[in-house]
Design a protein around this ligand. Structure first.
Ligand code: ZN
Length: 220
């Protein structure tokens, strides 16, 4: 099914489907688990609209390109343009929040890092960004205190809270908008907490946001 942004009731949100801007290394414990360096400014990359998929449908992973890792991330849906915006200006441009899987071909990425090449082959392939429905901004009391988790086959794999972000959501949106204009329907992924690991066909995934919703899906 063609991807559209949806609310918790399954209704299509009246926004186009755009690009996804992602930040790498926004949680300290995840930086440490991959032995990465602490960035002095955010590491940004983009997934195209063709990377989007509906999380509640089976998650398709590439089967012959090495390990495909889960990265569960808080996703921010943008509802009005942000260009060179200040931190104070970004709040009004947020429609709401959801969860994304930033699917990552880790072996491919390691090779790209070694060669000094861009990450798109590892992170921007078709279907590499399954997205949950979005909850309205007003349904979240404090965007810097949102908990989320991913269970794989009933076992907790990732547990995060936005209070542990190195760069807050508003600071991140402002920083992104200095380089990439964010348009209505664009989505920003805010980084993954620790607990990345390989996914396998038939894995069952339970994905929860702040007690607001749980989505159960499987890897195909
Ligand atoms: Zn990520």
């Amino acid at each position: 099914m063609t991807y559209r942004h949806r609310d918790l009731n399954g209704r299509v949100i009246d926004l186009p489907v755009g690009k996804v801007v992602c930040v790498g290394r926004n949680y300290l414990l995840h930086i440490q688990e991959l032995n990465n360096a602490l960035p002095d400014k955010p590491l940004l990359f983009i997934k195209p609209s063709t990377s989007l998929a509906t999380l509640s449908e089976p998650v398709e992973i590439p089967l012959d390109l090495g390990a495909c890792h889960n990265e569960i991330e808080l996703a921010v849906l943008i509802s009005s343009p942000l260009k060179k915006a200040s931190e104070q200006q970004v709040s009004d441009a947020i429609w709401g929040y959801g969860l994304a899987l930033d699917l990552t071909l880790r072996d491919v990425q390691d090779e790209l890092k070694r060669l000094g090449q861009p990450w798109e082959r590892a992170k921007a392939f078709d279907g590499s960004c399954p997205l949950s429905p979005f909850v309205l901004k007003s349904d979240i009391a404090d965007q810097q205190n949102v908990s989320f988790s991913l269970k794989v086959n009933g076992q907790e794999r990732q547990q995060g809270n936005s209070q542990d972000m190195l760069m807050s959501i508003n600071a991140l949106l402002s920083e992104i908008s200095q380089t990439f204009t964010l348009l209505p329907g664009d989505v920003v992924l805010t980084g993954t907490p620790k607990g990345v690991g390989p996914l396998f066909v038939k894995d069952r995934l339970d994905i929860e946001l702040n007690s607001l919703f749980t989505i159960t899906t499987e890897v195909k």
